[in-house]
Design a protein around this ligand. Structure first.
Ligand code: SF4
Length: 335
Protein backbone atom coordinates (compact mmCIF):
# COMPACT_ATOMS: atom_id res chain seq x y z
CA UNK A 1 0.00 0.00 0.00
CA UNK A 2 1.47 3.35 -1.04
CA UNK A 3 0.43 6.84 0.11
CA UNK A 4 -1.85 7.65 3.02
CA UNK A 5 -4.41 4.89 3.59
CA UNK A 6 -8.04 5.94 3.56
CA UNK A 7 -8.49 4.12 6.88
CA UNK A 8 -5.80 3.31 9.38
CA UNK A 9 -6.87 1.65 12.62
CA UNK A 10 -4.27 1.09 15.31
CA UNK A 11 -4.53 -1.27 18.27
CA UNK A 12 -8.29 -1.01 18.68
CA UNK A 13 -9.71 -2.52 21.84
CA UNK A 14 -13.43 -2.59 22.58
CA UNK A 15 -14.95 -4.30 25.60
CA UNK A 16 -18.51 -4.51 26.84
CA UNK A 17 -19.51 -4.95 30.45
CA UNK A 18 -20.95 -8.33 31.43
CA UNK A 19 -22.40 -8.88 34.85
CA UNK A 20 -23.01 -12.17 36.59
CA UNK A 21 -26.03 -10.97 38.52
CA UNK A 22 -26.26 -13.76 41.09
CA UNK A 23 -22.79 -13.37 42.51
CA UNK A 24 -22.21 -9.80 41.39
CA UNK A 25 -19.04 -10.47 39.40
CA UNK A 26 -18.39 -8.37 36.34
CA UNK A 27 -16.28 -9.60 33.41
CA UNK A 28 -15.61 -7.48 30.36
CA UNK A 29 -16.37 -9.06 27.00
CA UNK A 30 -13.47 -8.43 24.63
CA UNK A 31 -15.27 -7.81 21.33
CA UNK A 32 -12.23 -6.34 19.59
CA UNK A 33 -8.83 -7.05 21.01
CA UNK A 34 -5.88 -5.09 19.63
CA UNK A 35 -6.81 -4.85 15.95
CA UNK A 36 -4.76 -2.77 13.53
CA UNK A 37 -5.61 -2.56 9.85
CA UNK A 38 -5.29 -0.33 6.81
CA UNK A 39 -7.63 0.17 3.90
CA UNK A 40 -6.46 1.91 0.72
CA UNK A 41 -8.62 4.06 -1.53
CA UNK A 42 -10.55 1.99 -4.01
CA UNK A 43 -9.69 -1.27 -2.25
CA UNK A 44 -12.08 -3.95 -1.01
CA UNK A 45 -11.02 -5.61 2.21
CA UNK A 46 -13.00 -8.73 3.13
CA UNK A 47 -13.34 -9.33 6.87
CA UNK A 48 -14.33 -12.88 7.77
CA UNK A 49 -14.83 -14.92 10.93
CA UNK A 50 -17.45 -16.85 12.88
CA UNK A 51 -20.48 -15.10 14.41
CA UNK A 52 -19.46 -13.18 17.50
CA UNK A 53 -15.79 -12.82 16.52
CA UNK A 54 -16.03 -9.02 16.63
CA UNK A 55 -16.11 -8.18 12.92
CA UNK A 56 -19.32 -6.10 13.08
CA UNK A 57 -18.03 -4.22 16.14
CA UNK A 58 -14.82 -3.49 14.25
CA UNK A 59 -16.85 -2.06 11.34
CA UNK A 60 -18.77 0.19 13.72
CA UNK A 61 -15.54 1.36 15.41
CA UNK A 62 -14.13 2.30 12.03
CA UNK A 63 -17.20 4.39 11.25
CA UNK A 64 -17.16 6.02 14.68
CA UNK A 65 -20.54 4.50 15.54
CA UNK A 66 -18.89 2.92 18.59
CA UNK A 67 -16.13 4.41 20.71
CA UNK A 68 -13.06 2.24 21.30
CA UNK A 69 -11.73 1.75 24.82
CA UNK A 70 -8.29 2.40 23.40
CA UNK A 71 -6.54 2.66 20.06
CA UNK A 72 -7.20 5.06 17.22
CA UNK A 73 -8.82 5.36 13.81
CA UNK A 74 -7.58 7.77 11.15
CA UNK A 75 -9.75 8.61 8.17
CA UNK A 76 -7.91 10.08 5.20
CA UNK A 77 -4.91 10.96 7.37
CA UNK A 78 -6.81 12.67 10.22
CA UNK A 79 -8.13 11.28 13.51
CA UNK A 80 -11.78 10.30 13.23
CA UNK A 81 -13.92 12.99 14.86
CA UNK A 82 -15.94 12.12 17.94
CA UNK A 83 -19.35 10.62 17.12
CA UNK A 84 -22.13 13.20 17.08
CA UNK A 85 -19.84 16.19 16.52
CA UNK A 86 -20.39 18.50 13.53
CA UNK A 87 -17.10 17.31 12.04
CA UNK A 88 -18.11 13.66 12.41
CA UNK A 89 -21.46 14.36 10.70
CA UNK A 90 -19.59 15.97 7.81
CA UNK A 91 -17.26 13.00 7.54
CA UNK A 92 -20.26 10.61 7.63
CA UNK A 93 -21.15 11.86 4.14
CA UNK A 94 -17.89 10.22 3.06
CA UNK A 95 -18.43 6.99 5.04
CA UNK A 96 -21.60 4.96 4.68
CA UNK A 97 -22.84 1.62 5.95
CA UNK A 98 -24.85 -1.10 4.25
CA UNK A 99 -26.62 -3.48 6.62
CA UNK A 100 -27.62 -7.12 6.36
CA UNK A 101 -31.38 -6.62 6.46
CA UNK A 102 -32.49 -4.03 3.90
CA UNK A 103 -36.09 -4.04 5.12
CA UNK A 104 -35.13 -2.88 8.60
CA UNK A 105 -32.67 -0.35 7.13
CA UNK A 106 -35.43 1.29 5.06
CA UNK A 107 -38.49 3.29 6.11
CA UNK A 108 -41.42 1.03 5.17
CA UNK A 109 -43.73 4.01 4.65
CA UNK A 110 -41.54 6.06 2.32
CA UNK A 111 -41.03 5.40 -1.40
CA UNK A 112 -37.55 4.22 -2.36
CA UNK A 113 -36.66 7.32 -4.40
CA UNK A 114 -37.53 9.58 -1.47
CA UNK A 115 -35.22 7.56 0.77
CA UNK A 116 -32.36 7.81 -1.71
CA UNK A 117 -32.99 11.55 -1.78
CA UNK A 118 -32.77 11.95 2.03
CA UNK A 119 -28.95 12.00 2.34
CA UNK A 120 -28.82 14.48 -0.56
CA UNK A 121 -31.10 16.84 1.37
CA UNK A 122 -29.16 16.35 4.63
CA UNK A 123 -25.84 17.08 2.97
CA UNK A 124 -27.24 19.95 0.82
CA UNK A 125 -26.41 18.32 -2.49
CA UNK A 126 -27.89 21.01 -4.76
CA UNK A 127 -31.10 22.20 -6.44
CA UNK A 128 -34.27 20.11 -6.74
CA UNK A 129 -33.44 19.39 -10.38
CA UNK A 130 -29.90 18.27 -9.50
CA UNK A 131 -31.26 16.00 -6.78
CA UNK A 132 -33.88 14.54 -9.14
CA UNK A 133 -31.17 13.74 -11.66
CA UNK A 134 -28.91 12.26 -9.00
CA UNK A 135 -31.68 9.98 -7.69
CA UNK A 136 -32.42 8.82 -11.25
CA UNK A 137 -28.71 8.14 -11.88
CA UNK A 138 -28.40 6.18 -8.63
CA UNK A 139 -31.47 4.05 -9.36
CA UNK A 140 -30.03 3.34 -12.78
CA UNK A 141 -26.58 2.51 -11.37
CA UNK A 142 -28.00 -0.17 -9.07
CA UNK A 143 -30.31 -1.61 -11.72
CA UNK A 144 -33.64 -0.23 -10.48
CA UNK A 145 -36.19 1.52 -12.68
CA UNK A 146 -37.88 4.86 -11.99
CA UNK A 147 -41.13 2.95 -11.45
CA UNK A 148 -39.45 0.79 -8.78
CA UNK A 149 -38.19 4.01 -7.18
CA UNK A 150 -41.81 5.07 -6.66
CA UNK A 151 -42.65 1.90 -4.74
CA UNK A 152 -42.52 1.24 -0.99
CA UNK A 153 -39.84 -1.15 0.35
CA UNK A 154 -42.44 -3.87 0.99
CA UNK A 155 -43.37 -3.84 -2.70
CA UNK A 156 -39.86 -4.83 -3.81
CA UNK A 157 -38.02 -8.15 -3.62
CA UNK A 158 -35.14 -8.68 -1.14
CA UNK A 159 -32.53 -8.17 -3.87
CA UNK A 160 -34.23 -4.99 -5.10
CA UNK A 161 -34.38 -3.65 -1.56
CA UNK A 162 -30.65 -4.27 -1.08
CA UNK A 163 -30.02 -2.42 -4.36
CA UNK A 164 -32.07 0.49 -2.99
CA UNK A 165 -30.02 0.51 0.23
CA UNK A 166 -26.84 0.53 -1.84
CA UNK A 167 -28.13 3.44 -3.95
CA UNK A 168 -28.89 5.42 -0.80
CA UNK A 169 -25.45 4.65 0.63
CA UNK A 170 -23.82 5.86 -2.61
CA UNK A 171 -25.90 9.07 -2.82
CA UNK A 172 -23.21 11.31 -1.32
CA UNK A 173 -20.39 9.69 -3.35
CA UNK A 174 -18.70 8.26 -0.24
CA UNK A 175 -15.04 7.28 -0.10
CA UNK A 176 -15.83 4.31 2.16
CA UNK A 177 -18.61 1.75 2.40
CA UNK A 178 -18.75 -0.57 5.38
CA UNK A 179 -20.98 -3.46 4.33
CA UNK A 180 -22.05 -5.79 7.14
CA UNK A 181 -23.23 -9.16 5.77
CA UNK A 182 -24.93 -7.32 2.88
CA UNK A 183 -25.92 -10.44 0.98
CA UNK A 184 -26.54 -13.04 3.66
CA UNK A 185 -30.32 -12.42 3.72
CA UNK A 186 -30.56 -13.07 -0.03
CA UNK A 187 -30.95 -16.33 -1.89
CA UNK A 188 -27.96 -17.67 -3.84
CA UNK A 189 -28.87 -16.35 -7.28
CA UNK A 190 -29.75 -12.85 -6.08
CA UNK A 191 -26.66 -12.90 -3.86
CA UNK A 192 -24.45 -13.44 -6.91
CA UNK A 193 -26.13 -10.55 -8.76
CA UNK A 194 -25.75 -8.17 -5.82
CA UNK A 195 -22.09 -9.19 -5.35
CA UNK A 196 -21.45 -8.46 -9.02
CA UNK A 197 -23.13 -5.09 -8.52
CA UNK A 198 -20.78 -4.32 -5.60
CA UNK A 199 -17.78 -5.16 -7.79
CA UNK A 200 -19.11 -3.01 -10.67
CA UNK A 201 -19.82 -0.05 -8.43
CA UNK A 202 -16.47 -0.37 -6.74
CA UNK A 203 -14.59 -0.27 -10.01
CA UNK A 204 -16.77 2.53 -11.47
CA UNK A 205 -16.75 4.81 -8.42
CA UNK A 206 -13.43 3.96 -6.75
CA UNK A 207 -15.14 3.65 -3.37
CA UNK A 208 -13.21 1.63 -0.77
CA UNK A 209 -15.23 -1.20 0.78
CA UNK A 210 -14.88 -3.00 4.08
CA UNK A 211 -16.91 -6.12 3.28
CA UNK A 212 -17.85 -8.00 6.44
CA UNK A 213 -19.12 -11.53 5.93
CA UNK A 214 -18.96 -15.06 7.25
CA UNK A 215 -19.33 -16.26 3.64
CA UNK A 216 -15.95 -17.03 2.08
CA UNK A 217 -17.41 -17.43 -1.40
CA UNK A 218 -18.88 -13.93 -1.24
CA UNK A 219 -15.56 -12.54 -0.04
CA UNK A 220 -13.68 -14.24 -2.81
CA UNK A 221 -15.93 -12.62 -5.38
CA UNK A 222 -15.36 -9.04 -4.22
CA UNK A 223 -12.19 -8.78 -2.12
CA UNK A 224 -8.72 -7.53 -3.02
CA UNK A 225 -7.46 -8.45 0.44
CA UNK A 226 -8.91 -10.63 3.19
CA UNK A 227 -8.51 -10.40 6.97
CA UNK A 228 -9.56 -13.33 9.15
CA UNK A 229 -10.79 -12.60 12.69
CA UNK A 230 -10.91 -14.98 15.62
CA UNK A 231 -12.17 -13.94 19.03
CA UNK A 232 -11.58 -10.23 18.53
CA UNK A 233 -8.18 -10.42 16.83
CA UNK A 234 -6.95 -10.69 13.26
CA UNK A 235 -5.10 -13.98 12.85
CA UNK A 236 -4.32 -13.80 9.12
CA UNK A 237 -4.46 -11.11 6.47
CA UNK A 238 -3.18 -10.73 2.94
CA UNK A 239 -4.07 -10.69 -0.74
CA UNK A 240 -7.40 -12.51 -1.21
CA UNK A 241 -5.93 -15.11 -3.55
CA UNK A 242 -3.14 -16.04 -1.15
CA UNK A 243 -5.32 -16.19 1.97
CA UNK A 244 -8.15 -18.11 0.30
CA UNK A 245 -6.07 -20.46 -1.84
CA UNK A 246 -3.06 -21.02 0.40
CA UNK A 247 -4.20 -20.26 3.96
CA UNK A 248 -1.44 -20.48 6.56
CA UNK A 249 -3.20 -20.07 9.91
CA UNK A 250 -4.80 -23.28 11.25
CA UNK A 251 -8.08 -21.42 11.87
CA UNK A 252 -8.20 -20.05 8.31
CA UNK A 253 -7.45 -23.53 7.02
CA UNK A 254 -10.37 -24.96 9.00
CA UNK A 255 -12.73 -22.20 7.85
CA UNK A 256 -11.81 -22.75 4.21
CA UNK A 257 -12.01 -26.51 4.45
CA UNK A 258 -15.60 -26.16 5.70
CA UNK A 259 -16.80 -24.51 2.46
CA UNK A 260 -18.75 -27.14 0.49
CA UNK A 261 -17.53 -27.83 -3.05
CA UNK A 262 -19.69 -28.88 -5.97
CA UNK A 263 -20.08 -32.36 -4.54
CA UNK A 264 -20.71 -31.28 -0.95
CA UNK A 265 -18.30 -31.17 1.97
CA UNK A 266 -14.72 -32.22 1.32
CA UNK A 267 -13.44 -35.45 2.91
CA UNK A 268 -10.40 -33.34 3.87
CA UNK A 269 -12.52 -31.03 5.96
CA UNK A 270 -10.70 -29.94 9.12
CA UNK A 271 -12.99 -30.33 12.12
CA UNK A 272 -12.33 -27.88 14.91
CA UNK A 273 -12.44 -29.18 18.44
CA UNK A 274 -14.97 -27.60 20.80
CA UNK A 275 -16.47 -24.14 20.77
CA UNK A 276 -14.67 -20.79 20.78
CA UNK A 277 -13.75 -19.92 24.37
CA UNK A 278 -15.89 -17.31 26.11
CA UNK A 279 -14.77 -13.78 25.25
CA UNK A 280 -15.20 -12.95 28.97
CA UNK A 281 -12.47 -15.37 29.94
CA UNK A 282 -9.18 -14.23 28.52
CA UNK A 283 -6.36 -16.64 28.80
CA UNK A 284 -2.66 -16.19 28.24
CA UNK A 285 -1.17 -17.43 24.99
CA UNK A 286 -2.97 -17.99 21.69
CA UNK A 287 -6.78 -17.65 21.87
CA UNK A 288 -7.10 -20.48 19.33
CA UNK A 289 -5.01 -22.90 21.42
CA UNK A 290 -7.91 -24.94 22.94
CA UNK A 291 -9.12 -25.83 19.42
CA UNK A 292 -5.80 -26.11 17.61
CA UNK A 293 -4.48 -29.56 16.68
CA UNK A 294 -0.97 -28.19 16.06
CA UNK A 295 -0.50 -26.26 19.31
CA UNK A 296 2.99 -26.25 20.80
CA UNK A 297 4.21 -25.28 24.27
CA UNK A 298 4.62 -21.56 23.43
CA UNK A 299 0.93 -21.38 22.46
CA UNK A 300 -0.06 -21.79 26.12
CA UNK A 301 1.68 -18.71 27.41
CA UNK A 302 2.65 -16.35 24.58
CA UNK A 303 0.17 -14.68 22.25
CA UNK A 304 1.46 -14.82 18.65
CA UNK A 305 1.73 -11.57 16.71
CA UNK A 306 0.89 -10.94 13.07
CA UNK A 307 4.10 -11.33 11.09
CA UNK A 308 4.82 -11.69 7.36
CA UNK A 309 5.00 -15.16 5.89
CA UNK A 310 5.54 -15.65 2.15
CA UNK A 311 5.66 -11.90 1.42
CA UNK A 312 5.34 -8.69 3.45
CA UNK A 313 1.66 -8.26 2.65
CA UNK A 314 0.63 -11.76 3.83
CA UNK A 315 0.76 -11.86 7.62
CA UNK A 316 -0.16 -14.60 10.04
CA UNK A 317 -0.26 -14.82 13.84
CA UNK A 318 0.92 -18.35 14.64
CA UNK A 319 3.96 -19.70 16.46
CA UNK A 320 4.28 -22.56 13.99
CA UNK A 321 5.14 -20.14 11.21
CA UNK A 322 7.64 -17.97 13.07
CA UNK A 323 10.29 -18.80 12.59
CA UNK A 324 10.36 -21.34 9.83
CA UNK A 325 7.71 -23.92 10.84
CA UNK A 326 4.81 -25.12 8.68
CA UNK A 327 1.31 -25.97 9.87
CA UNK A 328 0.55 -29.66 9.61
CA UNK A 329 -2.33 -29.38 7.15
CA UNK A 330 -3.09 -27.21 4.17
CA UNK A 331 -6.76 -26.91 3.23
CA UNK A 332 -7.98 -27.06 -0.34
CA UNK A 333 -8.82 -23.75 -2.01
CA UNK A 334 -12.33 -22.27 -1.95
CA UNK A 335 -14.24 -23.81 -4.88
FE1 SF4 B 1 -2.30 -23.11 16.96
FE2 SF4 B 1 -0.27 -22.23 18.43
FE3 SF4 B 1 -0.61 -21.31 15.97
FE4 SF4 B 1 -2.28 -20.63 17.94
S1 SF4 B 1 -0.11 -20.11 17.79
S2 SF4 B 1 -2.82 -21.23 15.88
S3 SF4 B 1 -2.39 -22.52 19.10
S4 SF4 B 1 -0.11 -23.42 16.55
Amino acid sequence: MTGIPLIEARDLIKTYGSRRRLIGESHPVYAVNGVSLKLARGETLGLVGESGCGKSTLGRLILGLEIADSGSVEFDGSPLARAGSAEWRRSRARMQMVFQDPLSALDRLLPIAAQIREPLIIHKFGSQAQMNKRVGDLLNAVGLTAAQGRRLPGELSGGQRQRAVLARALATSPDLLVCDEPTSALDMLIQAQVLDLFAEIQSASGVAILFISHDLRALRRVSDRVAVMYLGSIVEEGPAKQVLEAPRHPYTQALISSVPGVGGLSPNRILLRGEPPSPTQRRPGCAFQPRCAGAVHACNHTAPTLLPVSNPSHRVACHLLHPGGEPASIARPVA
